[in-house]
Design a protein around this ligand. Structure first.
Ligand SMILES: Cc1ncc(COP(=O)(O)O)c(C=O)c1O
Length: 377
């Protein structure tokens, strides 16, 4: 079997494509399947990119990323995440997705087992498979805050992937849970990939980087990106922070694949990280208002959902088959949501609803959801 035959196209992209097709046909589509902020990139970031272009920053960049950006990331890591690193420990990549791909290519050997906490973001499984590894899905407890990882560790286990704030659940893991993962990683000599792309979008709880825990820096690859925080999904700037040894391996693979992320986009990323952070606060505050309206509406309709502490998703139980729900809700009521099966097999009746859309759309979606529920109950 070829490598490509091992993986399926991304479930979230598939829904988005269908929603776009219906919109093209003139249907009043509300897309709540999306995984990207609906805000424009802040103007000072766009201006920095224009400036970089005019200054001729249009040639190849260093494979690991421009030094200014790596320094800005290392400084952020020291100040905000409690990870004591210098720029050598940072690699800039084409989005967080490529950082995850590179980390797995660098660390996983054929047949290694990688523990994924289910429901898990769509691309972890594909990245493990493409690296020759074996994904081992472990279901969360009913409250989505804990996972019984210990029983799944075997001699072949190489890595645990954690993602907090979580996509699709929205859960922000507690210090105790992260400490448990850290202790297991140390006891069993495992790597951890910690995907922190939603770190700034938090409404309940506090973000903690597992790499800041004692003994964890050398075994953790911390993944982040500018995509969600600064509404820069299309700029494709992400990064990984890890031990120099791991970064060297990732750099080698990047040098023979993408060479580096786009040069002028990296200058814009420096402006984003070093500039005024009010744009982030404003965006999070708007997400918070939308979240409140959505949660109130869903509760009123009697839906059950995972604790929506952060990110911009609500993972809810539809009470019927989630794929069927998503299909009918889109085809008959023109609302796109993502079926839970896109995130693993254990949540067949659940769907992920993204509130990265306008307040007006959220209110309208709640009306359509009530009609849908009444029609099918
Ligand atoms: C949990 C998680 N990790 C990584 C990514 C990928 O981010 P990027 O667009 O920077 O590649 C996403 C995007 O949806 C995500 O939800």
């Amino acid at each position: 079997m070829s490598r490509a035959d091992l993986i399926k196209p991304s479930a979230t992209m598939a829904i988005s494509d269908k929603a776009k097709e219906l919109r093209k046909q003139g249907k009043p589509v509300i897309d709540m399947g999306v995984g990207e902020p609906d805000f424009t990139t802040p103007s000072h970031i766009v201006e920095a990119a224009c400036r970089a272009l005019k200054e001729g920053k249009t040639k190849y960049a260093p494979v690991q990323g421009i030094p200014e950006l790596r320094e800005a990331i290392a400084e952020k890591m020291r100040k905000e995440n409690g990870i004591d690193v210098q720029e050598n420990s940072v690699i800039v990549t084409a989005g967080a997705k490529y950082a995850i791909y590179l980390a797995m290519q660098a660390l996983i050997e054929q047949g290694d087992e990688v523990i994924l906490l289910e429901p898990a973001w769509v691309s972890y499984e594909a990245s493990v498979l493409l690296a020759g590894g074996k994904p081992v899905f472990v279901k969360h407890d009913d409250d989505f805050r804990d996972v019984n990882i210990e029983d799944q560790i075997t001699e072949k286990t190489k890595m645990i992937v954690v993602n907090s704030p979580n996509n699709p659940t929205g859960v922000v893991y507690s210090k105790e849970f992260l400490k448990k993962v850290a202790d297991l990683a140390i006891d069993h000599n495992l790597f951890v990939i910690s995907d922190e792309v939603y770190e700034k979008i938090i409404f309940e709880g506090k973000h903690r980087s597992i790499a800041s825990f004692d003994g964890m820096h050398s075994r953790t690859v911390t993944i982040n990106a500018l995509s969600k925080t600064y509404s820069m999904t299309g700029w494709r700037i992400g990064y990984a922070v890890a031990s120099d040894d791991v970064i060297t391996k990732m750099r080698k693979i990047q040098s023979h694949s993408t060479s580096s992320p786009t040069t002028f986009a990296q200058y814009a990323a420096v402006a984003a990280l070093k500039g005024d952070q009010k744009c982030v606060e404003d965006m999070v505050s708007e997400f918070g208002k939308r979240r409140d309206v959505l949660l109130k509406g869903l509760k009123k309709l009697g839906y059950r959902f995972a604790p929506p502490d952060g990110a911009f998703y609500v993972f809810m139980d539809t009470g019927i088959n989630g794929e069927e729900f998503s299909k009918r809700f889109l085809e008959e009521y023109y609302v796109a949501v993502t079926p839970g099966t896109g995130f693993g097999k254990s949540y067949p009746t659940w769907v992920r609803v993204s509130y990265a859309t306008s307040m007006e759309n959220i209110r309208d979606m709640l009306v359509r959801l009530e009609e849908f529920r009444n029609a099918y109950n």
